[in-house]
Design a protein around this ligand. Structure first.
Ligand code: ADP
Ligand code: ZN
Length: 634
């Protein structure tokens, strides 16, 4: 502990010194940073580029336009950060969210990169200072909100400086069909008109074909080099369970598997996020709500805590997440169904950006289908749009009800082929299928015979021959189908109805909330066409799985000394984060600490070989981490 204290006070003074010398350091550093590889190694501390990063970077450095589609966590930022550092002038980054800008600028500053942002949080004096730096050629990257960028005064300012490139982050915000549409993004075509010789690079994690072509068209990127990275996120384990007291299921999931981890829980409504957050808090977890209706101060505080403290659970609507770069989110849980596979993949993609094991976990049930169908039907969108949304919903239901590998279904949706993954629930606990043709016919027949006006609860009562008040009042006990389904249990019938809806034989009718009707393909089944194989719902898995933190601290490393060093280094990182006011992961990622604990460097040079340790990090933290490692070994 003594070493820790000494180290920290040293760190505090060196931080102040470092601030003062930033400009000089970077100017001299820049001269030796001549190639993308060198920047990657020296500044970011990584040995090799991932996937398509290198070719994209080279293309932009040479002045070409680019359009980059990569999954969340794939490493899009380097694709514009490195060219901005190597090209002459400042790279202008259009970013839709203030939180995102602040995060990235903080992380870059920690790495010694000259970055700043212009947005409404700055005072007049502060923005003036940023502009002055830019005019003096002292910035490599400037983050700016789209509405500010297209302002006349900003355009004037930009014509007085050398611009290395324009990066348009979260480019799917131009899509009017998408869920993150931002009016101001439509005006970004002006960049090409005003600055025809400056390369532009658009980036997004949203991959459906329609959004893609909308981006290309609206941003005028017809001539851009398009790179589509593989969409697989192999470290994420996908699981989808049936709703059966979802809050309890969630609690069990968190306490069995992620007792100390950071995670996000998504709910559909604002009210529910608050309810679930306080329910979890009552049970001893640090769970904070987040939705667009909360006071902006509370929203900011909750988000900050999530970023800066370990082990916080955010319970949020979809308002939370875009631009959250926190790399060590260990789980994303959905208590309600999202509205499409894109939304699901984007939300779950926020787990495990650091590449370490992470969970995507969801509960879903018939109620979700009813709610979403109603949301679609009651929206102001035109009929075409509604049809599209219904199609997206049913594709997602297909994922929920699949008996084959979830990842295969997901990747196929994005146009990638793959084998079974062995890291999703259906791979790990294969589901049996059964010939449900007869059951399907009975179910569809009954829906039709009762006038297509009832929900599944009542229909199942009739199937099982229950004498409820409702059954009697509609005289459904006189139907020939009454009591003819006793070969299956209530739960099994619920599963049959759900799967028939998911496959489009039945549909949820929104004229009468939650009631079920027969579709055209459903009638074909009644006429005896086609065999229907249904999935047997697996029994809930009761196996205890270690938390990611436990895995990191034990299984991840080969012996207990590594585990001990790892937790010492984590504690040190938390201390430094508290004193310096940056989130822990901005100092070092878990993966980097784990590598330190295993390799146990004893000199600064050895430390520099560890992935994620660049020059600036050695300068700032090298000594204090070396000391902590040496001490844990004595
Ligand atoms: P995206 O913007 O695509 O969601 P980021 O750019 O935030 O993803 O990158 C995700 C994580 O991967 C970051 O922590 C980043 O430092 C890391 N990363 C990016 N490129 C590499 C690389 N070539 N080697 C190792 N880590 C990388
Ligand atoms: Zn699988």
């Amino acid at each position: 502990m003594r070493a820790l204290q000494d180290g920290l006070s040293h760190l505090r003074t060196s931080r102040i010194k470092a601030r003062k010398s930033t400009l000089i350091n970077c100017a001299s550093a820049k001269s030796k940073l001549t190639t993308p590889k060198k920047v990657l190694r020296t500044v970011f501390g990584y040995d090799r580029f991932r996937g398509h990063q290198e070719e994209t970077i080279n293309h932009v450095i040479q002045g070409g336009d680019a359009f980059v589609l990569m999954p969340t966590g794939g490493g899009k930022s380097l694709c514009f950060q490195i060219p901005a550092m190597l090209r002459h002038g400042v790279g202008i980054v259009v970013s839709p969210l203030i939180a995102l800008m602040q995060d990235q600028v903080m992380a870059l500053t920690e790495l010694g990169v000259r970055a700043a942002f212009l947005n409404s949080t700055l005072s007049a004096e502060e923005s003036w200072d940023v502009k002055r730096q830019m005019l003096a050629g002292d910035l490599d990257l400037l983050y700016i909100a789209p509405e500010r960028l297209v302002m006349h005064s900003t355009m004037e300012l930009l014509s007085d400086v050398d611009i290395a490139l324009f990066a348009i982050d979260e480019a799917h915000c131009v899509s009017q069909w998408g869920h993150d549409f931002r009016e101001e993004y439509l005006q970004l075509s002006i960049l090409h008109e005003r600055f025809p010789n400056v390369p532009r690079i658009a980036l997004t994690a949203t991959a459906d074909a329609q959004t893609r072509s909308e981006i290309v068209e609206r941003l005028n990127l017809g001539g851009a080099r398009i790179t589509i990275a593989g969409f697989d996120r192999p470290n994420i384990r996908y699981r989808i369970a049936l709703k059966d007291n979802p809050k309890r299921q969630l609690l069990k999931f968190i306490s069995d598997e992620h007792p100390k981890d950071s995670g996000i829980v998504y709910c559909l409504s604002r009210k529910k996020t608050e309810e679930v957050a306080s329910w979890l808090s009552d049970r001893g977890w640090t769970a904070l709500p987040y939705h667009a209706g909360l006071d902006s101060d509370i929203r900011r505080t909750n988000q900050e805590r999530f970023l800066r403290e370990d082990g916080i659970i955010i319970v949020a609507t979809i308002a939370f997440g875009m631009g959250i770069d926190k790399p060590d989110v260990r789980f994303v849980a959905h208590l309600d169904l999202p509205k499409s596979i894109e939304a699901y993949y984007q939300e779950t993609g926020r787990a495990g950006r650091d590449g370490l094991p992470a969970d995507a976990w969801m509960t879903y049930g018939m109620i979700d289908v009813a709610i979403h169908s109603q949301l679609i039907d009651s929206s102001d969108a035109d009929e075409d749009h509604k049809r599209l949304e219904h199609r997206r919903l049913s594709t997602l239901l297909g994922l929920c009800e699949t008996a084959s590998c979830r990842r295969q279904v997901l990747l196929k949706y994005f146009g990638d082929e793959s084998g079974p993954c062995n890291n999703c629930d259906t791979c790990l606990n294969p589901v049996a299928t059964w010939d449900g043709t007869l059951a399907a016919r009975k179910a569809i027949y009954l829906v039709n015979a009762t006038g297509q006006r009832f929900g599944t609860v009542h229909l199942i009562d009739v199937m099982l021959g229950k004498d409820t008040e409702r059954v009697k009042s509609f005289e459904h006990d006189t139907l020939s189908a009454f009591g003819r389904g006793q070969e299956l249990t209530e739960r099994e019938w619920a599963s049959v109805f759900r799967q028939l809806v998911a496959r489009g034989y039945l549909a949820v009718d929104m004229e009468h909330f939650g009631s079920i009707k027969v579709t055209a393909t459903g009638y074909q089944v009644l006429q005896g066409n086609g065999d229907i194989h249904l999935r047997k719902d697996p029994a809930p898995v009761r196996k205890h799985k270690k938390s990611a933190a436990e895995i990191l601290a034990s299984a991840g490393s080969s012996d207990s000394t590594s585990a001990r060093i790892f937790s010492t280094l984590r504690a040190l990182r938390t201390e430094i984060a508290k004193t310096t006011g940056v989130p822990p992961y901005v100092i070092f990622h878990d993966a980097t600490l784990l590598a330190m604990a295993e390799d146990r460097p004893s000199t600064l040079d050895e430390m520099g070989l560890i992935s994620g340790v660049g020059e600036r990090k050695i300068e700032k933290y090298g000594d204090v981490f070396l000391k902590a490692i040496a001490e844990s070994l004595t």
